[in-house]
Design a protein around this ligand. Structure first.
Ligand code: 13P
Ligand code: SF4
Length: 351
């Protein structure tokens, strides 16, 4: 005997069950994976340090288990200051390396050791060293998105959230800068600060794809939208920004600005946090299409995308195989400019 359908408080519109069984299975499988990762984190006494660009479930897991979801500066600081002996860094290789350099006594594990970064790949240490040797009078400032070897060659390491202030500080002392590797970030800092900067020529394959002309067209359609841009983007895109800043600064701007709609020029992984932090606001991806677009134009970093729940679980199960190692002597040399950045970032704004 079936129930009378008319008596049931049930309408198709109100039903949120996914239409395809594959979706139900996938959701169940993800829940199971999350539960396993949660239990393994606890068993290992490990803390999860995640970047805003990685899988939304990994971000939520980090937040819910006492870890952090952050920009690259805060990831480094949090990893250094947290009492856990094991850090699970979900991001790209330079983030895990920075954590290890800052805390050589801790075990640093990553879901994928091959998660690279085009900026790191675009700045080979030997070639960079020979440029430094040609310009001994310049202060060497490198972006955090570099190898431990390149950091060890530098005077300062910066991330996008403190780069402007640090270069301003150096320029005020009359120092000339040798900058690597991101040409767009370097160009923006040079224009903002007026510093004398010699720029290395590398780019982020994700941000380099944002298109100024197409953004201009999109702004006409969404005339009241605020425009938030990561400074790894080309000059024509930065020129249209209401706020230029690191991933954390983009999220802070979306919260504090009165606009209801934002066009966002950075990796689309950040949309998860933006929507959590700003319920009711609308976020639109800045365009990567248009003249010069390539098959990579998807606004999602292929290396950040390697951070999947299955790889996280694998790394937690077999930590030896997924551990980051940095030669201790190299680590000591790379630590110096990293510490300088953290100490500078900790100073009150007025000092
Ligand atoms: P943030 O320091 O702003 O998080 O940037 C890191 C990065 O790799 C951006 O592409
Ligand atoms: Fe590197 Fe760009 Fe990926 Fe950031 S988004 S990790 S800069 S390739």
């Amino acid at each position: 005997m079936g129930a009378d359908l008319a008596e049931l408080d049930f309408t198709l519109d109100a039903c949120e069950i996914p239409l395809h069984s594959a979706e139900i299975l996938e959701a169940k499988a993800r829940e199971a994976l999350l539960a396993e990762c949660r239990a393994l984190l606890e068993k290992r006494g490990a803390v999860l340090v995640a970047h805003y660009y990685v899988d939304a479930d990994i971000q939520d897991l980090a937040a819910e288990t006492g870890g952090i979801v952050a920009d690259s500066l805060e990831m480094a600081r949090f990893g250094r200051d947290h009492p856990a002996n094991t850090l699970i860094v979900s991001g790209v290789r330079f983030m895990g390396e920075s954590a290890k350099i800052l805390s050589p006594e801790k075990r640093v594990v990553m879901p994928r050791l091959d998660a690279d970064c085009s900026l790191d790949l675009g700045c080979p240490p030997d070639a960079f060293k020979s440029l430094i040797n040609q310009h001994p009078e310049r202060t060497v400032v490198v972006y955090a998105n570099t190898s431990a070897e390149v950091k060890a060659l530098s005077d300062w390491v910066v991330t996008s959230s403190v780069a402007l202030k640090i270069v301003e500080h150096l320029a005020a002392k009359g120092e000339k800068i040798l900058w690597a590797p991101d040409k767009h970030l370097g160009d923006w800092i040079a224009r903002e600060t007026g510093a004398d900067m010699l720029l290395w020529n590398a780019a982020c394959i994700v941000h380099d794809e944002f298109k100024g002309k197409a953004l201009n067209d999109l702004r006409r359609v969404h005339a009241s939208a605020g425009v938030l841009v990561h400074p790894e983007s080309p000059r024509s895109v930065i020129a249209q920004a209401d706020v230029v800043g690191s991933t954390s600064q983009i999220i802070a701007a979306a919260k504090s600005l009165p606009n209801q709609t934002f066009i966002v020029a950075t990796d689309r992984g950040i949309f998860h946090k933006l929507r959590l932090e700003c319920p009711g606001k609308t976020f639109i991806e800045a365009p990567t299409a248009g003249h010069g677009a390539t098959c990579r134009s998807c606004a999602h970093c292929p290396w950040m995308a390697m951070n999947e729940l299955t790889s996280l679980k694998q790394a937690l199960l077999d930590m030896d195989a997924f551990e980051i190692h940095v030669d201790p002597d190299l680590g000591r040399r790379a630590m110096r400019p990293l510490i300088r950045m953290l100490e500078f970032g900790a100073q009150p704004a007025s000092s």
